[in-house]
Design a protein around this ligand. Sequence first.
Ligand code: NAD
Ligand code: IPM
Ligand code: MN
Length: 358
Amino acid sequence: MKRCRLAVIPGDGIGREVIPEGLKALRAAGRRFGFSVETEEFPWGCSYFLKHGEMMPQDGLSTLRAFDAIYLGAIGDPQVPDHVSLWGLLLKIRKAFDLYANVRPIRLLEGIDSPLTGRRPQDVDILFVRENTEGEYSGAGGRQNEGTPDEVALQTSIFTRKATERILRYAFDLARTRRRRLAHITKSNALQFTAVMWDEIADVVARDYTDVEVRKLHVDAAAYQMVLHPDWFDVMVGSNLFADILTDLGAALQGSLGLAASANLDPTRTYPSMFEPVHGSAPDIAGKGTANPLAAIWTASLMLDHLGEISAAAAVFGALQDVVRRREFRTPDLGGRSTTSRLGDAVVEALTAGVGTT
Ligand code: NAD
Ligand code: IPM
Ligand code: MN
């Protein structure tokens, strides 16, 4: 890749603070590894909504289509209902571009004291694969008799064989590139239709991967075991909502949501994939310049990996890991006093100095 054309949507709150740091790291990686990063920024999000009555323009999706990738900060502002802002932008893009594999690394970095006493980096190294287009987030449903005592709300989960099978296969394939262990997350004791079909499909797909050790966990038990035995897990795969919740738990295992990276991938490469940290717009700390930019920078590394810049991706991650290991610069979420941009600069300095070559 000589040229990388990026659509940048900083979004709201701390999204606007962390994305510039990710871009600095991408540009520094480009200088070191010989590619150019061409960005076009889109001011879409809640302030756009308050001005224009929509989260992005009508032709927003076709505009995004032309790019190699989308880099997004976070969406959400207390002045706009969350379901309006998220369904108007983030969830719309995931669905319209069929970004079906949401991949979220959960790694305890060297230099981070785990919130779990005694756990070390080798104990927490999970790759979470989240089904990203349907399930509990199908968007099907409605409300009737609103505001009356007879009100009814329906929110229907939709699980298709096609989407279930493709995400399970994707996760099995990833397990083969790692420690060959897969945990699939279900709730087939209570959800007798959707989760039972999920389990059946997992069993069928597993027959094509006899070299991968498979474990089935109900989601409640998975939450418990991730805390007590994170070292059991290698690749985990789950439905949209289950994996949403478990990846915030994963972020806690990492020590902060400010370290949790995420890639929304279209493995068929028909559409641009979208890269965004796991965290939200964090209104409680927005505007202070103290958000942790490392999740956004790690996310940039996932983007480079997807775009084929494997060495640059490894170098960005390596520089980030180096800065964390040295413990000199850290934002308040990790007990430090550094600002967002100082920490971002530290990563760029490490990257420019040649740190992070594997
Ligand atoms: P949140 O992730 O924004 O914040 C949860 C907690 O983690 C807060 O205390 C916050 O200060 C802290 N935190 C998050 N990221 C941090 C970082 N980089 N550095 C330091 N601390 C960090 O979740 P929330 O409070 O539930 O949601 C706030 C808004 O963001 C809501 O509008 C929600 O809908 C939205 N949201 C958007 C996305 C997204 O766009 N991808 C993801 C999650 C939530
Ligand atoms: C995430 C977020 C989103 C999700 C919200 C903001 C809709 O929590 O990416 O984890 O639930 O997918
Ligand atoms: Mn989430």
